[in-house]
Design a protein around this ligand. Structure first.
Ligand code: UD1
Length: 381
């Protein structure tokens, strides 16, 4: 049987890889050897547990305040030993984390075909998001099969002279995962969130973690949240805060102890999805949140100056607002005070997927390995 090795290390990769792993496990043609690097620990394990995935290999590389180079070095070395012991027929990597690019490089150097899921995202700025824009460009140029979520991503790859025969338009597996999870109505472990869900109060859901926002910019995000909390006492701000200590040191001081701010540990994917479905407005610098919130009809304000996700911006549900403290306050206030501005953004749109992306990914992999043929492309027009 052909051996496929999905390799991932962080929470967002785990969410997007889960539907593909499920599809491989259900197929009679393939063995699935799930390999995690452990770039994240708790945040990764939570997602694997929710989807019932037990990794076959775990490099457990995480270290406090790890550097990009240490992630790269440990991943390449650890995977090389696994490949030496028994090379898979293909590896599958997702997105643009340092785990995914390290895994792509390790496989490429061993002559193992690389399948790149969610290929072709580009912001156009090598340093934002950093290092992800560089990571994904490297991965694109050493992959054998490019699974693009949208036609914008496919066009980006064509512009870089990737062979059109090697690109398949699949839709984003995050929508497969979302549709499977949102109906579960997962209970909140956090008492404050459970109480909040019962009151039905308006929620501003906030997430922030991007490396290029860490430091002064993130201090400003903390101050903006404090100003919003003071100006709107009936609003509840919920911030599931990333495990990265650099994030916590920047954003927490201004808001800790405010009566209408709830700060939680990172939520499991199920609980996060439920919170997203309850939110009135979403304020974020995350990409996965930008992809999922539009499917639930939630206005998303993005604290970045660019996005590799222009589709939902065009659809009107996502707005790029940058990271200036006062602008953040003003943009949130506009959505809270102006019903017309709010309803203009609160449309449910699905530019990223139809829930069948994983099946298209697996069929394309089968064709790559000469044991099947591709399904019709995802149509995002
Ligand atoms: C990484 C990815 C980013 C992705 C993000 C999702 C890179 C370069 N960045 O950034 O693309 O959007 O994950 O969250 O690959 N930590 C823990 N426990 C955890 C997770 C993190 O303690 O479960 C701490 C560690 O101290 C670690 C720090 O957080 O050193 C930062 O983690 P790291 O993976 O280096 O970067 P992220 O900011 O999570």
């Amino acid at each position: 049987m052909l051996k496929l090795m999905p390799i991932y290390g962080t929470r967002p990769e785990a969410i997007k890889m889960a539907p593909i792993i499920k599809a491989i496990q259900a197929s009679p043609d393939f063995d699935c050897v799930v390999t995690v690097t452990g770039q994240h620990r708790e945040m990764l394990d939570q997602v694997n547990e929710l989807f019932g995935i037990a990794p076959d290999h775990d490099l457990n590389i995480i270290a406090p305040r790890q550097t990009l180079n240490s992630i790269m070095a440990k991943t390449v070395t650890g995977l090389d030993a696994l490949f030496e012991a028994g090379a898979p027929d293909a590896v599958i990597v997702q997105g643009d984390t340092t785990t995914s690019t390290a895994a792509a490089i390790a496989a490429f150097y061993r002559g193992i075909p690389v399948v790149h899921v969610e290929a072709g995202l580009r912001s156009g700025d090598l340093f934002s998001p950093f290092p992800e824009e560089g990571n994904r460009k490297i991965s694109s140029h050493i992959s054998s099969l490019h699974l693009a979520s949208t036609s914008v991503s496919k066009a980006n790859l064509l512009r870089e002279n990737i062979n059109p025969e090697d690109i398949v338009l699949t839709g984003n597996t995050v929508i497969d995962a979302l549709l499977e999870t949102v109906d579960k109505n997962v209970p909140f472990q956090d008492r404050a969130l459970q109480d909040l869900a019962e009151t039905g109060k308006e929620i501003l859901l906030v997430t922030t973690h991007r490396r290029e926002n860490q430091g002064n910019t993130m201090d400003g995000i903390g101050r903006a949240l404090a100003r919003i909390a003071d100006a709107y006492p009936d609003l509840t701000i919920v911030l599931p805060v990333h495990k990265n200590p650099a994030v916590r040191e920047a954003v927490l001081p201004a808001i800790t102890g405010k009566p209408n701010v709830i700060i939680t540990e990172p939520l499991g994917y199920g609980a996060f999805t439920r919170l997203l479905s309850l939110a009135h407005i979403v304020l974020t610098d995350s990409r996965g949140v930008q992809e999922q919130a539009p499917s639930l009809g939630k206005p998303v304000l993005v604290m970045r100056n660019n996005t590799e996700r222009p589709e939902a911006v065009s659809a009107g549900t996502v707005k790029l607002i940058g990271t200036d403290e006062s602008v953040i306050v003003t943009e949130v206030a506009t959505l809270l005070d102006d019903a017309a501005a709010y309803s203009a953004m609160a449309n449910a749109v699905n530019p990223y997927g139809d829930g069948h992306a994983a099946a298209r990914c697996l069929a394309a992999i089968a064709q790559l390995l000469n044991v099947g043929s591709r399904l019709p492309d995802f149509n995002d027009n």
